[in-house]
Design a protein around this ligand. Sequence first.
Ligand SMILES: *Cc1c(COP(=O)(O)O)cnc(C)c1O
Length: 218
Amino acid sequence: MSIAENLAEIKARIAAAVRVSGRVGDAAELIAVSKTHDAAAIEAAIAAGQLVFGENRVQEAQAKFPALKAAHAGVRLHLIGQLQSNKAREAVMLADAIHGLDRASLAKALAVEIARQGRAPKLFIQVNTGEEAQKGGVMPDAAEGFLGECRGLGLEIDGLMCIPPEDEEPALHFALLAGMAQRMKLPGLSMGMSGDFEVAVKLGATHVRVGSAIFGAR
Ligand SMILES: *Cc1c(COP(=O)(O)O)cnc(C)c1O
């Protein structure tokens, strides 16, 4: 299957999941995760009408996206991986959304850069729903406090993001995150990847991050 065919299939499956869950229109945005894939693969996706992409490393995104954005109006980049505070400047310069906000030092660095550059990417707080030691994200019981800290720095927070543990039922994590976002009155929910995006959409995802099902194995 080509990238265009994969995209058409994923979009149809998202639309079907939106429909069965009684949600309206294009309530779930597809982020095509292009990490490790070259500009030619991304160009193929753009030619098929996809404009929103995800990368998890600032350096790799920097190597690919300034040229793609210059060549194609409307291309948007989401940084979805763990972000080091010393990459905040590049991240704010390059990204239209940042999904890995999970600690005060990063929030402070982003606040400084957003003020300095006058450019404000959408921000998602990553929640470590599985409470895994090796994974980024704030612990669920610390999320609300962290939201307050971010707002105290002047940051506008759009939503929550999670990456469920690989060996657990993702629906439990998606439902947990959706409940948290509802309580915290945050509209955005970044959840769901190639293997589970339909489940995520049914549980309220506003953004799904799909890589290998579009671009092939990494
Ligand atoms: C790589 C990545 C994805 C996409 O994963 P696939 O299984 O290839 O769809 C989604 N989210 C994050 C944070 C990633 O790093």
